[in-house]
Design a protein around this ligand. Structure first.
Ligand code: PLP
Length: 474
């Protein structure tokens, strides 16, 4: 035991734990303190990364300090800093250090968060934290929910409950579910996992601002009923990934109520805006929906992985997922279903702690202010783009996303598509900022998602100026 490691017992001595723990904390603080000034590293060629990491399973252990150093340098070092103030791609994850510490505590204590008997505090904490978000989202007091890995799992979980309640658990061939053409791919993926055929998923067109059209939705449902199909659910989105569009929940829920359909809302990215008294004015009708996804690892500033699923009829979660087993009789409870009986995972950790610590350390007012800031930055992007000759917006910015493209009159649509697509790697190569692109009505657009509370006006302006220069030089 020369380096504090007892290899036969897979044990590290107290002193070594402390010293190594400090090294890990130092590496984290180094990453966090250099984040704002660092260049965003470009993606290295795959062969380079492969050559750096390929090796057979080590037969003998190595000094842990060396292993940590290598993990930081060779494994984690080139991962995109998704919390960087000029990382505007996809939906970033500008997390916070209090939540990082929560994850460290959870990894160390390793609670089994599936039931009350094994981890009473963790189990109750998840109920409390889910309750905060349930109230912020206007769900009833007897609604229930739990934390899962992210939006994809939250959507899958909710759709599974919808299938159970509306179709008795059977993904029958005639079942029909209506999904905005702008919905996130996790909806189609989840429905595939649940056994629905492709034809069961009916795309619903959107308006000029990429919001689901409730009149067309109603007509599609009527036509399907006439054709003998079985409409059972609608998926709306609050904050689409492409443009941040908010589907009109009140009108959509009126259709669902009239026709007895389940309404799931994918708010993985946008529903967190309910936490802001200002932004929530745009988000109506939450009390009218049956289930909701909301990702704390996006706009509630926690690290991956953290998604929330909420179901208005709380008992439906246990009706869908409870799975008694003789080997679990010792930890069962008759008065209240445990979390292991309300979702897909049996063994589950404590994602709630990072949400709870975020609110405890910073307070809900600071979170609300950070959300407002993200919305204001997207509005700034919109104003600046409108003032840049040759550039156009896809639609006005919504929540914290703005989609736009360089397409001067002299350029064909096809050339503009190619140019905008090429701007993504060209901007990334500068290391200065990172944006991603998408297609809207068949045309290529850039998009910036400005949820990072560390993004300044200067960061936005600098990114747009650089894009403009690159576009003109192309
Ligand atoms: C609207 C929306 N729904 C679902 C998801 C999927 O979430 P996750 O990647 O956490 O599984 C995303 C991801 O960006 C999203 O933007």
């Amino acid at each position: 035991m020369t380096d504090g490691v007892d290899r036969e017992r897979l044990w590290i001595s107290d002193d070594a734990m402390r010293a190594l723990g400090h090294r890990v904390v130092d590496a984290l603080v180094e990453r966090w303190s250099s984040m704002e000034a660092m260049a965003i590293p470009p993606t290295p060629p795959r062969e380079v990364v492969r050559a750096r990491l390929a090796e057979p399973m080590p037969r003998q252990g190595r000094p842990p300090a060396e292993v940590i150093e290598r993990a930081v340098r060779d494994v984690l070092g080139d991962a995109a800093p998704t919390g960087h103030p000029r990382f505007f791609g996809f939906i970033p994850s500008p997390s916070n250090f209090a939540a990082v510490l929560a994850d460290a505590l959870v990894a160390g204590f390793n609670p089994f968060g599936g039931n009350f008997v094994e981890a009473p505090g963790p189990h109750e904490l998840e109920r409390v934290t889910v309750g905060w978000l349930r109230d912020a989202c206007d769900f009833d007091a007897d609604a229930a929910g739990l934390f899962v890995s992210g939006g994809s799992m939250a959507n899958l979980t909710a759709l599974c409950v919808a299938r159970e309640v509306k179709l008795g658990g059977e993904p029958k061939k005639s079942a029909r579910i209506y999904v905005s053409e702008q919905a996130h791919g996790s909806i189609a993926k989840g429905l595939r996992v649940l056994g629905f055929r492709r034809e069961c998923v009916v795309p619903v067109p959107t308006d000029d601002a990429f919001r689901m059209n409730p009149v067309v939705l109603d007509e599609l449902i009527r036509l399907d009923r006439v054709a003998g199909n079985s409409p059972f659910a609608v998926v709306a989105t609050v904050g689409t990934t492409n443009t941040g569009a908010i589907d009109p929940l009140e009108a959509i829920s009126a259709v669902c109520r009239r026709r007895s359909l389940w309404l799931h809302v994918d708010g993985a990215y946008g529903a967190a805006a309910r936490l802001s008294p200002r932004a929530r004015e745009q988000l109506h009708g939450f009390a009218l929906v049956d289930s909701l996804s909301l990702d704390p690892h996006k706009w509630l500033f926690t690290p991956y992985e953290c998604g929330l699923v909420l179901v208005q009829d709380g008992a439906a979660l246990a009706r869908t997922f409870a799975q008694p087993a003789d080997y679990l009789d010792d930890v069962g409870s008759d008065d209240e279903p445990d979390l292991q009986d309300q979702g897909i995972q049996l063994t589950r950790s404590l994602r709630a702690l990072k949400v709870w610590m975020t609110f405890q350390v910073f307070g809900a007012d600071a979170i609300a202010a950070a959300i407002d800031r993200g919305v204001a930055q997207a509005e700034r992007v919109g104003r600046r783009v409108e003032a840049m000759p040759g550039w156009q917006l896809a639609c006005p910015p919504s929540l914290a996303i703005c989609a736009f493209r360089y397409a001067p009159d002299s350029m064909t649509d096809e050339d503009a598509d190619a140019l905008n697509f090429g701007l993504v790697p060209r901007l990334a190569a500068t290391g200065e900022a990172f944006v991603t692109s998408t297609k809207l009505r068949g045309r290529r657009y850039l998009r910036m998602c400005t949820i990072s509370p560390r993004t300044t006006d200067a960061d936005v302006d600098r990114t747009l100026a650089r894009l403009d220069a690159l576009a003109r030089r192309a």
